[in-house]
Design a protein around this ligand. Sequence first.
Ligand code: AOS
Ligand code: ZN
Ligand code: ZN
Length: 387
Amino acid sequence: MTDFAAIAAALEHQAIELPSWAFGNSGTRFKVFGSAGTPRSVEEKIADAATVHRFTGLAPTVALHIPWDRVDDYAALARYAEDHGIRLGTINSNTFQDDDYKLGSLSHVDPKVRQKAIDHHFECIDIMGETGSRDLKIWLADGTNYPGQGDLRGRQDRLAESLATIYERVGEDQRLVLEYKFFEPAFYHTDVPDWGTSYAQVAALGDRAVVCLDTGHHAPGTNIEFIVMQLLRLGKLGSFDFNSRFYADDDLIVGAADPFQLFRIIVEVVRGGGYGPDSDVAFMLDQCHNIEHKIPGQIRSVLNVQEMTARALLVDRDALAAAEETGDVLAGHQVFMDAFYTDVRADLAAWREERGLPADPMRAYAESGYQAEIETARVGGSQMSWT
Ligand code: AOS
Ligand code: ZN
Ligand code: ZN
């Protein structure tokens, strides 16, 4: 068994991007609950994201969503973030809240609607230039509800053409990241339902187009770590949207529903070279906190990712390889499970203290008074919602 001291330095490389929308009010189609202290501006969302980083040292960037986070001066916003100790990260586009996109956006039959969606992505790329962001993340709601509603092949061809037009504008140091999702809001088919379709689309574009794997976007029982392995093998795993699901796209706290699955995923990330200073794979959260406090919800999330990363790094690779070589099924499985069952919490607390961070970030946040402060200060104005 590898010991914690041997992996302590590798943990320094961990960086988990937070979604700005995690700090806004969110809910289900039944109810969006308002909560005291919710940000009223993009700046307040950034201040909350910076708070997560201050208590954990794990979240140095925050992703923006356009138009939810649209401002007049993005360079000033980037400076604001830096003054708070973090940077602006991925720019997420949105083609799912406009009446024009009812029957699709980049794959729509009407060239005028497609152009509108393309122009929106051009705006996002312009913003990336001002914020210094590397990634343009595209998640599409495009799809159909009924067989016969649309021509599957025609939609795929138009999508490819639209993506190629957007990709031409993506800078040399930037990337187009295409997310897949097997259903919702379209229920019969979606135009990018799975990793294979996302891979086929980005492979046709070029080297700077990669896949985003959202852990909540698969059918129950899907072996997600296999997909991770395959995308890394193909050099096309661009980023993760981490979250937990019990049933559908629940967007719950990562590692809450199935910590073992998160462990298995990170084991494959480490195995495939997706973790560390030389890796381009972006770790992000894509979550909503509907009933719990949002800032500690995000703190809990990044700590869960860190904990499973530590356990994944503890896997004794040599012992695993030896067991595989000799065909010792149970020995290999035991090596794997020994790492998973290792309680790293005390070691991580010490690791944090050595780096000037609170040993217990959840407790430190609770005792900091920040929650009471924002609940008192952020009255009036309109609190921001996910949608
Ligand atoms: C939607 O289901 C996707 O997970 C998106 O990544 C994301 O939640 C949404 O686009 C907000 O940015
Ligand atoms: Zn997502
Ligand atoms: Zn999702």
